[in-house]
Design a protein around this ligand. Structure first.
Ligand code: UDX
Length: 454
């Protein structure tokens, strides 16, 4: 019934798997659906396909409790759920700008075809504004005519590394609905989150709005975060020519609560599965709608972000005493240790990782590149096989003419520059995340360069 609806999550990738597991933890009866039988078999065997703190334990506990299972059977999924959450991927299209909605179309169509009773289909994937209306039409076309299946939209704001907490303790819930019935069902489907908050003396703000606004909230939030990061990286560019220190500048402006100090870390810029893809898809959609000008700045945000990568290449060349020719710097004959491959620390995710992009640039410029990352080596090797991967920091830096710290893992921040200094051929370091103690490294005899610092 509506007091505790049974919920399904279609697509058991990063988003769907995390939600399915966390919703079982909240006490819901949950079914996760995916077309990939390997993924489903692993999940049913208690294996989490992604690296996310705390998720393994929750998966096993809830499988054992019988509240959670996974299936490749769409008829079973349709029959199970009162509320179905669409969590499939919306990758970047081959043209590099818009979002590919083919997984949304396929999952919604087959679900609708198999429904046997009235249900609510809720989109969660990040999509171009207007998708919810289109999904509603798809559902109308493919579901049995007597059922009156409804659609709603509820974006998510998961941050990798904090995903479990972000589902159980979100800082807001946003729903786009068209009817009181849908509103009530979605409230019931979120009640576990509100109840948990109440026991912890917190409140989770709920924003009930229309389809378009709900869809836009997600991309607007990501566009804002990307803009904030590129803003401080633009200041870093200015600091580099003016002789200022962007880390001090960021600290100083961040004390103004209207600005705030979070997401103001200058460095190699943003990557990952969301921010780069989402700002491009958002621009493409605005263009289609005739509001391209309004988001033209996001193109600049993207360019500032990408320029940080070439800046590191040129800093590396500068430290190694190599001049840049018309085709860029020639680094042949040099050995470079790259510390970090993931798009941020505490994940194994290398999708659109600035660190790996820079490692590839250094390699292309002729350097012998040795990469170490605490969690991301396997994924990095699959993505960029031509680099040399090492199993430890010491192995990576051994004999290096230059060390580049490209992801701010605690292991690198806490590394002893004196110990590392004995392993390298030349004590030169590029701190592309401004995460090292520059005084300490300089004292240990290193030539130190950060981004946006004198
Ligand atoms: C992001 C959003 O934070 C999340 O709300 C949304 O749902 C998905 O996209 P995520 O991709 O996990 O989450 O990464 P996030 O922690 O936001 O970091 C994104 C990138 O920005 C990383 O590459 C990180 O290194 C970089 N970053 C972040 C900076 O360069 N500087 C900062 O100050 C903060």
């Amino acid at each position: 019934g509506a007091s505790r609806p049974r919920v399904t999550f279609l697509g058991t990738g990063y988003l769907g798997a995390t939600y399915a597991i966390c919703y079982a933890e909240l006490g819901y009866e949950v079914l996760g659906y995916d077309v990939d039988p390997d993924k489903i078999a692993k999940l049913n065997a208690g294996e989490v396909p992604i690296h996310e703190p705390g998720l393994d334990e929750l998966l096993r506990r809830n499988l054992a409790a019988g509240r959670l299972r996974f299936s490749t059977d769409i008829a079973e999924t349709a029959d199970f759920g009162d509320v179905h959450f669409i969590c499939v991927g919306t990758p970047q299209r081959a043209d590099g700008m818009g979002a590919d909605l083919s997984y949304v179309e396929a999952s919604v169509t087959s679900l609708a075809q198999h429904l046997t009773r009235k249900a609510l289909i809720v989109g969660k994937s990040t999509v171009p504004v207007g998708t919810a209306e289109w999904v509603e039409q798809l559902v109308g076309k493919h579901s049995p005519t007597d059922l009156d299946v409804e659609v709603a939209w509820s974006p998510e704001f998961l941050q990798e590394g904090f995903a479990v907490d972000d589902v159980l303790r979100p800082n807001r819930i946003v729903v786009g609905v068209k009817s009181e019935w849908a509103n009530g069902m979605l409230y019931a489907a979120h009640k576990g989150v509100f109840d948990l908050a109440a026991t912890e003396d917190r409140e989770v703000p709920l924003v009930v709005t229309d389809f378009a606004t709900a869809e836009l909230v997600k991309v607007a939030a990501n566009a804002f975060l990307a803009t904030k990061i590129s803003f401080i990286n633009a200041m870093a560019e200015v600091c580099e020519v003016a002789g200022g220190d962007v880390t001090q500048l960021a600290r100083a402006i961040g004390y103004d609560p209207r600005i705030g100090n979070r997401f103001l870390q200058a460095g190699l810029g943003f990557g990952g599965a969301c921010l780069p893809k989402d700002i491009r898809a958002f621009q493409a959609r605005a263009q289609e709608l005739g509001a391209g000008e309004a988001l033209r700045f996001l193109h600049e945000v993207d360019l500032i972000n990408l320029r940080r990568r070439t800046r590191v290449l040129h800093l590396a060349a500068e430290l190694l005493g190599r001049r840049a020719g018309p085709a860029g710097p020639d680094l042949s004959g040099t050995r470079i240790a790259v510390l970090g491959a993931t798009f941020k620390p505490n994940t194994d995710d290398v999708r659109d990782a600035p660190a790996l992009a820079v490692a590839a640039l250094l390699h292309k410029a002729g350097a012998d590149v040795h990469v170490y990352d605490p969690q991301g080596i396997d994924n990095a090797r699959r993505a960029v096989p031509e680099l040399t991967y090492e199993s430890g920091m010491a192995e990576a830096v051994a004999g290096a003419d230059l060390v580049c710290v490209l992801t701010e893992w605690a292991d690198f921040r806490n590394a002893d520059p004196t110990v590392l200094g004995e392993l390298v051929a030349g004590r030169r370091v590029v701190d592309a995340r401004n995460c090292l103690d520059s005084a300490l490294w300089t004292q240990a005899g290193w030539e130190y360069r950060g981004l946006g610092r004198p």
